[in-house]
Write a protein that binds this ligand. Structure first.
Ligand code: ADP
Length: 475
């Protein structure tokens, strides 16, 4: 087991080792003691935390099973020192997510609030290591529950979640609860618990998600569209806070609107959102376009009908929404098709067939072309401009798109991203990506022997240099 060099002793406590029956129930990392006040204590130099509490254990003693005693190099009746655990600054076992399954049978229709339960679990188990398969006994509102650890996710990059066997609970840990029908337990507010976590993630560096220069916009979207989602339904109802039904992202092409919309969708319900392309929804057959729009909402409609408030959120993203929602009466085809599509969409968002479980994200380069009715309160009401990146944003974007070549030592040390950012005023994210591609092509080309293309390439020595970038800029 790893030595935790982060253990520090502000107040050291000496305890006597015992082998009471509880010790046999202890999980490898978690030892039994008499009081939960010691739950953030560990035996320095080991993986052993005092996490489990049992009344039968005397004050001043710690119950260790054989495996634990061997690990801590102690025997029964020895004295051991325990100290408050302080994790090292960069602790690589930080748990990002933990899936827990209820094992204990609850009483029929017992309800457990995921938000409250998460807070309590964190309070009790902060800085403790959990391992897949481990059982955790936990008292909540006077009832003892048994949870098993189903999955532990430690990778800090949200896009590259990696499940591993174990990890440590910390402030950022996010719990996913699961209860089988047989357990009789109903989990409330799992989604609120999830969005609370997401809300914290606004401090997350968007760069790690491959989106550069848009932190302020992202935070703005969260404040305006999602802050309320971090509160439980009953609080929102009391304040009278209504769901935001739609967001419009507007600005020049290639600035990251799609990246952003996709990310928001993914963060809100954990899966790839549906993206529809405005022009593709249009059909030359009468009535077919309206049907296409209706079909897009069919899943959400079905969930709302069958699950009510428990329905998951459906995020529907319209790229080039101007193509289907032109100002009414402005289309020159005279068929009125656009008018009826706008009406169709509005019906789903706030009309007679309104759905509470959808969030529509529209994207456009031409906000001026949009039917104003679509932009009113209760519809696509949050408008966020995604503009061209400033210099700092351009550095971030260049950084993102050169990350891989840098990691694989293909980026020459003379490449100065700051300097390139200074020289690319008014470039969009997509154009900056184009510059990187073009610079790469110059470097690759240099290593080819045009006379003899069958000659093997010396791949280890390919370097994309500052000159390649400057040449790409001159194109
Ligand atoms: P939009 O939807 O605004 O037209 P996209 O999000 O489709 O633009 O951007 C196209 C591509 O350009 C992206 O897939 C990405 O590779 C690159 N790109 C654009 N903006 C950014 C950005 N802010 N950060 C990183 N890459 C970007």
């Amino acid at each position: 087991m790893a030595d935790r060099s982060g253990s520090q002793s502000s107040v050291d406590i000496t305890m006597k080792v015992t082998t009471t029956p509880e010790a046999h129930l202890a999980f490898t990392n978690l030892a039994y003691c008499s009081t939960s006040d010691l739950s953030q204590f560990a035996i320095p130099g080991t993986d052993l935390f005092l996490a489990n509490v049992a009344d039968s254990i005397q004050d001043g003693t710690i119950a260790l099973n054989a495996v634990q005693r061997r690990h801590a190099r102690v025997s029964a009746d020895d004295m051991v020192t325990i100290a408050r655990f302080v994790p090292p600054e960069k602790f690589d076992l930080t748990l990002l997510a933990l899936d827990l399954q209820f094992v204990k049978k609850g009483t029929k229709n017992e309800q457990v609030d995921a938000v409250v339960l998460s807070t309590q679990l964190k309070k009790k188990f902060m800085y403790q290591v959990f391992t897949v398969g481990q059982r955790v006994t936990f008292e909540f509102h006077g009832t003892n529950y048994i949870l098993t650890v189903d999955q532990a996710v430690v990778e800090a990059d949200w896009n590259k979640k990696s499940g591993i066997g174990r990890g440590m609970i910390c402030n950022d840990t996010y719990f996913v609860f699961e209860a089988s029908n047989a357990s009789g337990i109903k989990i409330m507010n799992q989604r609120e618990a999830a969005t609370r976590k997401i809300f914290k993630e606004k401090e997350f560096n968007l760069e790690s998600l491959g989106i550069g220069g848009l932190n302020a916009e992202f935070v703005e979207i969260f404040r305006r569209a999602f802050a309320y989602r971090t509160y439980p339904l009953h609080v929102r109802n009391r304040i009278g806070a209504k769901n935001v039904k739609g967001i419009l992202l507007y600005g020049p092409p290639g600035t990251g609107k799609t990246l952003m919309a996709r990310q928001i969708g993914k963060m809100l319900n954990g899966k790839e959102p549906k993206i529809v392309n405005g022009p593709e929804v249009l059909s030359k057959f009468v009535g077919e376009t309206e049907k296409n729009v209706r079909d897009l909402f069919a899943d959400a409609e079905n969930d709302q009908r069958t699950l009510g408030d428990d329905s998951e959120l459906h995020v529907i993203i319209f790229d080039e929404i101007d193509a289907i929602c032109k100002s009414r009466g402005s289309s020159r085809d005279g068929t009125g098709v656009h008018d009826s599509i706008v009406n169709q969409l509005l019906t789903k968002i706030d009309g007679v067939e309104a759905l509470n479980n959808v969030l529509v994200i529209g994207m456009t380069n031409r906000m001026d072309m949009l039917d104003e009715a679509l932009l009113r309160s209760g519809r696509l009401e949050v408008h966020i401009e995604i503009g061209l990146p400033d210099e700092a944003g351009r550095v971030q974007i260049l950084h993102i798109h050169t990350k891989m070549m840098k990691e694989n030592s293909f980026l020459a040390p003379d490449v100065n991203l700051q300097e390139l950012a200074a020289q690319t005023k008014n470039y969009s994210g997509a154009e900056l990506e184009g510059v990187v591609k073009s610079a790469t092509s110059y470097a690759l080309n240099r290593h080819l022997d045009i006379e003899d293309l069958s000659k093997p390439v010396d791949e280890e020595n390919i370097k994309v240099t500052m000159d390649d970038f400057l040449q790409a800029l001159r194109e």
